[in-house]
Design a protein around this ligand. Structure first.
Ligand SMILES: *Cc1c(COP(=O)(O)O)cnc(C)c1O
Ligand SMILES: [Zn+2]
Length: 406
């Protein structure tokens, strides 16, 4: 480790400050570390860089030669032409993260995490995922030339597994993983132990486990500020483990700290009712997620023990956010509406933000002057099976050419 690669971080739980050491959790209480940067970083953006690295002064220090880029970030902000009419005069925008190289915002995390791993000469990285994080890490690990050891559920979706295998990751399925909680604990323990024992980078997409890689998420907030000229009033965020929620909040909080905005938008975590541990805790004023198995069918939102759940609830308790839950049916409906009425094809998890917005608007219309952003976190082209089920039952007539005019 070189002097300038060391970071300053504060423990969210106990407030302990860490300096000049590479740590992934608080050495005092084991709590989550959130990185802090010099107040005077100069320009927010440096256009000599690419992708997330345009904001390198507010990211973990990585020498230019190790900064990986595959086209991540700078995703489009698209204004609504249809759905905004249901909001009572508010402006509505979609941040389309399906435009990232492997089809989800997880690429922002993988870009920072694998660059960091490369700069620190990690010989391998290790992790577990049910979906998008695997593809993102596999792509950037291939780019870095770093082997990726990935442990997956016994019944992982074929399409998502294929994408990971295509990038050459070392994948192992674990029997009972995904159905037996004790197996999940054992897999997790194995990953933690290997990362400590061999110095492998732990690529789990939560601040709780890798606060370096997760810094990539907040580039979404920086881009939103630049694309809108100012900050939105509300941002709706699909939420499983809550890393996306925390990252987006952190980006806006850093802009505020530097006087680049005067407030942080209300960040709204949208969960599926079948896995609404954070939303339930928020509604009943509890500081930690409510326990309970997931019954949701939405891949990406099935996280029974959200690693950044308590952190997200802490942010909400400060007044910077809220949480709500919608049914899987509302999510599929929002997915359909986005495709048919806005021309945006997203995966179900990516439409949860819009389902949450529509639910909130039914409760109480948003007035003019509101500027709302929905994060569309992943592309609808990721999973062919899912796409087929979206259009199941749709009749396509077969015509004889001699019945056609002209
Ligand atoms: C990972 C993921 C989420 C959820 O992010 P968390 O950080 O787990 O809350 C939402 N949508 C998509 C498409 C994802 O890949
Ligand atoms: Zn601590």
């Amino acid at each position: 480790m070189t002097e300038e690669m060391a970071m300053k971080a504060a423990c969210w739980e106990c407030g302990n400050m860490v300096k000049d050491r590479i740590l992934y959790a608080c050495p005092v209480c084991g709590g989550t570390l959130l990185h802090r940067y010099e107040q005077n970083v100069g320009q927010l953006r440096d256009d000599s860089g690419q992708g997330v690295w345009r904001y390198h002064s507010l990211l973990p220090t990585v020498p230019e030669a190790s900064r990986l880029y595959l086209g991540e970030g700078q995703t489009p902000l698209i204004s609504s032409r249809f759905l905004y009419r249901q909001l009572g005069g508010a402006e509505l925008y979609f941040k389309y993260e399906g435009g990232n190289p492997t089809g989800s915002y997880k690429d922002r995390i993988a870009a920072v995490g694998l660059s960091w791993a490369l700069a620190n000469r990690r010989v391998a990285c290790i992790g577990t995922t049910s979906g998008n994080a695997g593809a993102a890490v596999a792509a950037y690990a291939a780019r870095a030339g770093i082997p990726y050891h990935l442990y997956v559920l016994e019944h992982m979706a074929e399409a998502k597994l294929a994408q990971v295998l295509a990038y050459g990751a070392n994948v192992r399925k674990v029997a009972g993983f995904g159905t037996d909680p004790a197996v999940g604990d054992r897999v997790f323990h194995h990953i933690l132990t290997s990362s400590v024992q061999y110095g492998w980078e732990m690529m789990i997409t939560a601040f709780r486990y890798n606060p370096y890689a997760m810094e990539g998420v907040k580039t979404i907030s920086y881009e939103l500020k630049e694309q809108l000229g100012e900050i939105p009033s509300r941002v709706f965020v699909p939420t499983g483990g809550a890393g996306l929620f925390v990252g987006i909040w952190k980006g806006f909080a850093e802009l505020k700290e530097r006087g680049l905005t005067w407030k942080v938008p209300e960040i709204v975590a949208v969960q599926s009712e079948g896995c609404s541990n954070i939303a339930k805790a928020f509604e009943s004023g509890k500081p930690v997620p409510v326990h309970g198995a997931s019954t949701s069918l939405i891949s990406g939102l099935q996280v029974p023990n959200p690693p950044d759940g308590a952190l997200s609830l802490g942010i909400m308790a400060r007044g910077d956010g809220s949480a709500l839950a919608v049914s899987d049916e509302e999510i599929w409906e929002a997915q359909q509406l986005l495709a048919e009425k806005e021309g945006l094809l997203v995966e179900p998890a990516g439409a949860a933000s819009v389902a949450g917005l529509l639910r909130a608007a039914r409760r109480q219309p948003f007035g003019p002057g509101e500027r709302i952003v929905c994060i569309l976190s992943g592309s609808g082209l990721k999973d062919g099976k899912q796409l087929e089920s979206m259009v199941k039952g749709r009749e396509v007539p077969l015509l004889q050419s001699d019945t056609l005019n002209g």
